[in-house]
Design a protein around this ligand. Structure first.
Ligand SMILES: Nc1ncnc2c1ncn2[C@@H]1O[C@H](COP(=O)(O)OP(=O)(O)OP(=O)(O)O)[C@@H](O)[C@H]1O
Ligand SMILES: [Mg+2]
Length: 472
């Protein structure tokens, strides 16, 4: 690894040389005897850290610090100060200098401050990287689906992300409720603030209150120290309450109060704490029914049901199956460096025919499992689990993929890649919709859950031919 680069700017030659000596073993060290010379190096060279003397003739350290911030505000700056300019050093830190070293300095001290600064730079960079990764992993683009139901949910999500409204995500297990909650947070203006998850059903009732609202030391037997609640931890960001149907009426009342008053109180405390939290809740229960049955508070239901986003079970949006298969195939074959990279049309048909009681999660798990066991490049029907292989439900919308026959193999010559297979399914669906709508594009587009413009584009790019319509 190349050494990191440090620039020392100091008008005293003795001081320059002393710093150079202590740092030259671990870093590449450049020296400048004036701010002007230093700034020139900074704008031309890739410098990670600057040691900057405060008292210099012409341009002093403070003015130079301003200029450095303008040129590149990722550079770490450490001020060098004579005791009498200590106050200025403090000022400099307010302006973003990392630390200061006072002259005359101890060798160890100077070394330590520089090392610490470099370490914290590395940490920050890692955090930045992880944030990017995380966003990518849970960002909007990761919600795959082009069915009408999914498109509707996604467009609702985009709209609601811009607001602070409470969102209620409903759907069977494995339909993507948590993924949707993350997508909302990471598309919202709160994306750089925390996204805090509470699995309500997983936490014993007695602990849930302290988990949500925090507690003071001694509030109950096990409360050996003060603890912050999830509402506080999510301050400025989003709080995701998963399985909200599974909590007592007492806690429901407290959540309602927190939402209405925008403040919470620690268990065993009496000081209200202001919280600014966007609440996203999810449940696989029918809350309306729970309200009727008296197990869920009506007032809380109305408070959280501001923007409902229902996620349809996979069996009701089978058009998403080929896309999801393609997505998971791509994801896991890369991750596991699996041999298999494609799927046979018959296998895709079988996957489409299956009813997926465990929804997208089940599909994801199956693809992962199949790839683990696969010892050929193309997944065949016989590689699928028995219950899926055997499912001969109603003809799936993807039936035409299989009808053409042939082995699907992304690497092969005359054979079909997954994207080609998906294209074929698409073509088939569009042709059917067009026939059904008598080639009235607006109507067909509506049925397909896409815009007329997209439909027109697809007709052109997929080379679909049929009756000419007055609309075309
Ligand atoms: N539309 C989608 N596109 C891509 N991946 C999806 C999609 N929907 C769900 N998944 C994946 O399926 C798995 C299950 O999703 P998630 O955990 O969000 O479901 P859930 O509705 O919260 O389930 P549960 O009710 O069991 O908690 C996750 O790995 C998720 O990434
Ligand atoms: Mg979940």
């Amino acid at each position: 690894m190349p050494k990191q680069r440090i620039l020392i700017i100091d008008d005293e030659m003795g001081s320059l040389e002393a710093f150079r000596q202590i740092l030259k073993d671990d870093y590449e060290v450049l020296c400048a005897a004036s701010a002007k010379e230093g700034l020139k190096i900074i704008s031309e060279d890739n410098i990670q850290l600057v040691l900057l003397d405060i008292i210099m003739p012409e341009m002093d350290g403070m003015a130079a610090l301003h200029r450095i911030r303008e040129i590149d505000d990722t550079i770490t700056v450490i001020m060098i100060t004579a005791t009498k300019s200590l106050k200025t050093a403090v000022e400099a830190m307010k302006l973003g200098a990392f630390d200061y070293i006072s002259k005359p300095f101890e060798l160890n001290e100077a070394n330590l401050v520089v090392h610490k600064a470099m370490q914290s730079r590395a940490l920050l960079q890692e955090l930045e990287y992880l944030r990017g990764e995380f966003k990518q992993r849970y960002g909007l683009s990761n919600m795959v689906g082009k069915s009408k139901a999914m498109q509707k949910a996604l467009s609702l999500m985009e709209k609601v992300a811009a607001t602070k409204s409470t969102v209620l995500i409903t759907g069977e297990s494995g339909t993507g409720k948590e993924l949707m909650a993350r997508a909302i947070h990471f598309t919202s203006s709160r994306k750089d603030k925390p996204f805090v998850v509470v699995q309500c059903a997983a936490i014993p009732e007695t602990l849930l209150e302290s988990e949500l609202f925090g507690h003071e030391k001694g509030a109950f037997t096990d409360a050996t120290s003060r603890k912050l609640g999830k509402f506080e931890l999510a301050n400025g960001g989003s709080l995701f309450l998963d399985e909200i149907g599974e909590m007592s009426s007492g806690i429901q009342a407290k959540i309602l109060r927190a939402l209405e008053q925008q403040e919470t109180t620690h268990v065993g405390g009496n000081k209200p704490i202001n919280v600014d939290v966007r609440l996203i809740v999810a449940t696989n229960r029918d809350l309306k029914k729970a309200v009727k049955e008296g197990t869920f508070r009506k007032d809380l239901y109305y408070r959280i049901n501001v923007v409902p986003i229902p996620l349809a079970p996979l069996r009701e949006r089978k058009e998403d199956i080929p896309l999801l298969v393609s997505y998971f195939l791509d994801k896991y074959s890369k991750e596991m460096q699996s041999k298999a990279k494609a799927i046979a049309p018959e296998a895709l048909v079988a996957l489409s025919a299956y009813s997926w009681p465990g929804n997208v999660r089940e599909l994801e798990n199956i693809i992962e499992r199949v790839l683990t066991l696969a010892n050929r490049e193309t997944i065949l029907v016989e590689d699928l689990p028995m219950d899926i292989r055997g499912s001969k439900a109603e003809p799936a919308p993807t039936a035409s993929v299989g009808a053409e026959g042939g082995i699907l193999n992304a690497l092969g010559g005359e054979t079909l890649s997954l994207s080609q297979a998906v294209e074929r399914v698409e073509k088939d669906m569009i042709t059917k919709a067009l026939d059904k709508a008598n080639w009235v594009l607006t109507k067909a587009a509506q049925d397909l859950g896409i815009t007329r413009r997209v439909l027109k584009y697809k007709i052109d790019t997929l080379g679909i031919k049929g009756k000419e319509s007055t609309e075309l």
